[in-house]
Design a protein around this ligand. Structure first.
Ligand code: GLU
Length: 307
């Protein structure tokens, strides 16, 4: 049975008020100095369904740093550019390790486990960058995101990117390690400069929900990638989209999702909806604490699940 817009709006409003009254909001990521000062008391949720108006609750028009949610868009671009050849350089298995872990990279000789952990995303960005300049590549990424969201008011926050360029030592270590294994085509500074700027894309929850529509599928959703690719990207979001918390998210929410350390989560309900949630405080896996709880409630109340 499909849910009407008023019913869905009531659920979203209920979730926003639960989030507001929850005292433990998690911890804001502080390893990126520019993100450390974000007010943890903010919460927003948005649901976008193909051909229907976007429904919002909370601070859904406040921009936040999408960080690793951007990896979904670059993965789509990399697959569009090199197809299955991407899998020669990156795996497709959950890592069971933190997003910035270097352990597996050493054990697996410079082939990252999946495209959503940092090392894998650096390779994915490197793939998109090959043969182009960082600004051309960022232009292509922004064009893709804006086309997906049907919204040209989506930009990169340069201060956030610069903040990571100054402090992203682990990512630099990973890029150099990849290079030592012949799995980085461009200079580390070029690939990481592109990667940090891609992570520094800012969106509102409403914009992010709209941008996810290309992964929903169905006759009314925007067609930016093939049906086959939609299934594959969703499968990777389900198995790897929340780092070492991916199993927990699949268990609690039952839908493919991708989180970012800015506190955003994009979740896809195949053939039905794209949902964005944002709350800056993170849980122990580095995923939005209230965002995960909110998605769990939404899935329970709507019955939305891939299972
Ligand atoms: N830009 C962040 C980093 O590379 C992204 C991490 C995330 O959002 O999980 O550390």
């Amino acid at each position: 049975m499909s849910i009407t817009a008023p019913q869905l709006q009531t659920i979203l409003d209920e979730i926003a008020s639960i989030a507001e009254s929850t005292t433990d909001k998690g911890r804001v990521a502080d390893y990126i100095p520019e993100l450390a000062g974000v007010n943890p008391d903010q919460f927003a949720m948005a649901v976008s369904r193909p051909g229907q108006s976007t429904l919002i609750a909370g601070d859904a028009n406040t921009r936040f740093s999408i960080q690793s949610v951007s990896k979904v868009f670059t993965l789509a671009l990399a697959l569009g550019k090199v197809g299955d050849r991407l899998w020669q350089r990156v795996g497709r298995e959950p890592s069971g390790q933190a997003f910035d872990s270097v352990i597996l990279l050493e054990q697996e000789k410079g082939r990252p486990r999946n495209p959503f952990i940092n090392a894998g995303a650096i390779v994915t960005t490197d793939t998109v960058l090959e043969g182009a300049t960082p600004s051309e590549t960022l232009g292509a990424i922004l064009r893709f995101v804006r086309a997906a969201a049907s919204d040209d008011e989506i930009h990169i926050n340069d201060q956030v990117a610069q903040s990571e360029i100054t402090t992203g030592h682990r990512n630099f270590a990973m890029a150099h390690y990849l290079l030592s294994h012949g799995n980085l085509v461009n200079a580390p500074e070029q690939t990481l400069g592109t990667y940090f700027h891609q992570c520094a894309i800012e969106m509102t929850c409403a914009q992010l929900a709209n941008a996810g529509l290309f992964l929903v599928g169905g006759p009314e959703a925007p067609r930016l990638v093939s049906d086959d690719r939609i299934r594959r990207i969703n499968a990777l979001m389900m198995t790897c989209g929340h780092y070492d918390g991916s199993g927990d998210y699949a268990y609690r929410v039952g839908l493919p999702g991708k989180s970012g350390v800015g506190g955003g989560i994009l979740t896809i309900v195949p053939n039905i909806a794209s949902v964005a949630v944002w709350s800056p405080g993170l849980n122990r896996y580095g995923n939005s604490k209230l965002g995960t709880e909110a998605m769990q409630i939404l899935a329970e109340k709507t019955g939305w699940s891939v299972f």
